[in-house]
Design a protein around this ligand. Structure first.
Ligand SMILES: Nc1nc2c(c(=O)[nH]1)N[C@H]1C(S)=C(S)[C@@H](COP(=O)(O)O)O[C@H]1N2
Ligand SMILES: [Mo]
Length: 272
């Protein structure tokens, strides 16, 4: 192919922008043009129009990176997470709630019992590096279907175990226990979180991964469970998952931009 997907996207934004704006068969922007800003909105509409439900490239075993770079949190110090890790996550449960018919609390065994998918994909971090890894997990859609998503839900919110202000060694303004006391949904929490729309949530390569390169997922890479959303940049793939919440809007959650890094100014839509 002459164009990679990024240049196609750029071309699309110039060449098909007006057409995308006039076509309503593709998804509308998540929060409307006003909320996203014109550039983001146009990117979102153009990407969804051009790429639809296309698959991210998958690679052969020989392409797997000998060392996959771990990034962001690599060893969460939050006491509740440390306690779960100490017991090899047997007491860990993935809570599924919000706008669902049937709230769930799934163990790792429950999740491993769901149909599995394995994919070898390239992870692109916004910092400018890429690694190829092999991921095994269950499609997020299986979990969504088990819980029964209510029709008002428009986004999937992921709650993580790791507080981002506990990553740096010199964060001395509050004790660890005080920080751990702020719930993952609280406005003052610094726990990692993310949101995705249903185009990504229902995409076949969007999996809750519990294995990497044929081994149980280890702590640097997000144990016991992390999301893979293969057509998005790395920060859209939360590690250390604790809960999934179905929501109508993310404007009233934390900084209001739909994710930890989005609240620091990154784009909500990080599609490639
Ligand atoms: N919970 C959590 N998830 C996270 C992060 C993080 O710090 N905490 N960092 C993100 C970023 S920026 C990247 S590039 C990837 C890194 O995944 P890896 O450690 O498997 O390379 O995780 C993403 N998910
Ligand atoms: Mo990243």
């Amino acid at each position: 192919m002459i164009f990679d997907r990024r240049s196609l996207l750029r071309f699309g934004a110039f060449g098909l922008g007006a057409g995308a704006a006039g076509c309503d068969r593709v998804d509308a922007s998540p929060r409307g043009q006003d909320a996203l800003g014109f550039g983001d909105w146009l990117t979102y509409r153009t990407q969804r129009l051009l790429l639809g439900n296309s698959l991210a490239q998958e690679f052969p075993e020989s392409a797997i990176s000998p060392h996959f770079r771990p990034n962001g949190s690599v060893d969460p110090k939050d006491p509740d997470y440390v306690a779960l890790a100490k017991n090899e996550f047997v007491d860990w449960r993935l809570k599924v709630g919000g706008l669902v018919e049937k709230p769930l609390a799934l163990s790792l065994a429950d999740i491993r019992a769901l149909p599995a998918r394995t994919q070898i994909t390239r992870h692109d971090c916004v910092e400018g590096w890429s690694c190829i890894g092999k991921w095994t997990g269950t499609q997020l859609s299986h979990v969504l279907d088990a819980a029964g998503v209510k029709k008002e839900a428009r986004f999937v919110l992921f709650h993580c175990a790791d507080s981002m202000d506990m990553n740096s060694q010199d964060s001395t303004n509050a004790s660890d226990s005080q920080k751990a006391a702020s719930s993952s949904g609280g406005a003052n929490s610094s726990r990692y979180y993310e949101t995705i729309d249903f185009v990504d949530a229902r995409h076949p390569q969007t999996i809750l991964a519990y294995e990497m390169n044929d081994a149980t997922l280890t702590i640097p890479y997000g144990a016991p469970l992390r999301l893979r959303v293969e057509r998005q940049l790395g920060y859209k793939m939360p590690k250390y998952l604790m809960g999934i919440e179905l929501i109508r809007d993310y404007a009233n959650i934390r900084g209001g931009h739909g994710g930890y890094w989005e609240d620091q100014g990154y784009d909500w839509f990080a599609g490639t």
